[in-house]
Design a binder for this molecule. Structure first.
Ligand code: HEC
Length: 461
């Protein structure tokens, strides 16, 4: 039964447009009918008032059903209800008078029309507060009007991500945009109000919504991370959800201990998070530390090309080089590797997939100082080669896919590579025990390989 009431109640937001339209029409007809040319319209007035009154009464009934769903708290909710009821009551009275007491109607119509217009405007205004939050209307108003409405000065636009306040500039606006229609001062679905940090910290029906430093136990984060068709997913009712990056930002903010009244720089987030934050604020991605690589002479580049290397610049304004063998399956020679060694200070990435690389040749890559990404997939590297890799301290991505001779012993050579953040191990001879040991040595490392997916589930963030 309550379900039926709630179901019907939701039609309130649809039905309410009918009495508003009818009221405006009837008042308009009433006005016209006072001119001799349109006098005949006067006959229709009682009928129009009747229709207006009936639609207003029905809308109020639906409104009361909707109200019974709960979550409508605060002054706007009761004001909306009272103004709405008064519109319906007054319409009934005017209907009665226009029908039965035409002489009286002529005397009161100006006053009653103006009063009705006023009441319906107030009803609509407070109703709007319920759906958009009471500050919706003046959000972009000049500051003088905003302060009349009790709003803080709008925050200055953030131009530098480092100076942004994590709550006021980043997380709060995100929640305002996606959640405030149901979690505001006037409407607190699930008894949760997201209009300020203070009210967020009060939590909702089921207790705390965010637990500082503990995203796993933060109801708010679980609600936004569920599959979108889950009934507990937030925002509810198919409203536009947060984006994947916004979710990551919320995760970061909770785990960082709900920082507020501080700056992003103070919290010094990872490079990845800084970029997400910058994107969220519509800024150019955070200025990264510009690494200066030594330029490589054109002659040298030409000879590398001639040897069979393909060369790409790291970016337009950088001398960093991305090197790969010209075509898939092309064997790499010692001569090629020796030549590369000559420009080692500029080589940031090497792709040697399926190039017939062996331990013996890999030695030539030892101690490349700025090499960050190395793709060695589908070769015949074994444990001896892994030892060479342990000398490339700058490595952060290493692809070892399809090198069956690599065993646990070889893998353990990587445990000193603290910069390493991703390693691919599919198709190697590594066992779950081996990966577990590496994961223990490098807890931040993401290890991609089928054995680990089963084993490291909870850990693989
Ligand atoms: C269309 C309305 C609507 C929107 C938009 C919405 N919510 Fe909700 N929210 C609800 C309703 C209704 C409930 C109570 C029912 C429930 O618990 O699922 C609720 C409950 C919650 C709760 C649980 C409160 C508790 O303690 O039980 C959390 C947390 C929450 N919402 C977070 C959010 C977040 C975060 C957003 C924005 C991304 C959001 N909601 C957007 C309607 C909405």
């Amino acid at each position: 039964m309550t379900d039926l009431i709630f179901f019907l109640g939701r039609f309130h937001v649809l039905a309410l447009h009918l009495p508003i339209g009818m009221l405006l029409l009837t008042v308009g007809l009433d006005f016209l009918s006072q001119r001799s040319r349109y006098q005949y319209l006067a006959h229709a007035l009682p009928l129009c008032w009747g229709a207006t009154a009936i639609s207003a009464v029905l809308t109020v009934l639906l409104g009361l059903m909707h109200f019974s769903e709960g979550g409508f708290e605060g002054p706007s909710a009761s004001a909306h209800r009272n103004y709405g009821i008064s519109v319906a009551v007054l319409c009934l009275m005017v209907w009665f008078v226009s029908e039965k007491l035409p002489a009286l109607y002529k005397q009161v119509r100006l006053v009653s029309n103006l009063l009705l217009l006023f009441l319906v405007t107030m009803t609509g205004h407070y109703g709007g507060n319920l759906t958009h939050g009471s500050t919706y209307l003046v959000e972009y108003a000049p500051q003088s009007i905003r302060s009349m409405a009790g709003l803080e000065p709008r925050r200055a636009e953030v131009l530098d991500i480092a100076l942004a306040d994590p709550w006021y500039d980043i997380v709060h606006p995100m929640l305002q945009a996606r959640c405030s229609s149901c979690h505001n001062n006037d409407k607190q679905s699930g008894q949760l109000n997201l209009s300020s940090l203070e009210t967020l910290l009060l939590g909702g029906k089921s207790g705390a919504s965010v637990v500082s430093g503990d995203v796993e136990n933060s109801e708010l984060f679980s609600r936004i991370s569920l599959p979108e068709n889950h009934e507990d997913f937030m925002p509810a009712e198919g409203k536009t959800p947060l984006t994947e990056s916004q979710r990551e930002i919320v995760r970061w903010w909770i785990n960082a201990g709900l920082p507020v009244d501080t700056s992003v720089a103070e919290i010094s987030p990872t490079e990845e998070i800084s970029q997400l934050l910058a994107l969220e604020l519509g800024l150019e991605s955070a200025p990264m530390l510009q690494v200066i690589y030594p330029p490589v002479a054109n002659d040298t580049l030409m000879s590398l090309l001639n040897l069979g290397w393909q060369i790409r610049p790291l970016s337009q304004d950088s001398n960093g080089l991305i090197m790969s063998v010209l075509s898939k399956g092309q064997a790499v020679s010692r001569e090629m590797l020796l030549a590369l060694s000559g420009v080692r200070d500029s080589v940031v990435e090497i792709n040697l997939a399926s190039s017939g690389l062996s331990n013996d040749l890999l030695v030539e890559l030892a101690s490349f100082p700025v090499l960050g990404k190395l793709n060695l997939s589908n070769n015949s590297i074994g444990d001896a080669g892994m030892e060479v890799l342990s000398s490339i301290a700058s490595l952060h991505l290493l692809n070892l896919y399809g090198n069956p001779q690599i065993s646990d012993a070889g893998l353990s050579s990587l445990s000193g590579l603290t910069e390493l953040d991703t390693v691919y191990l599919w198709g190697t001879g590594v066992t779950p025990e081996g990966t577990e040991l590496l994961a223990a040595a490098l807890p931040e490392l993401s290890i991609q390989g089928q054995s680990l997916m089963l084993l490291n589930d909870g850990n693989a963030e």
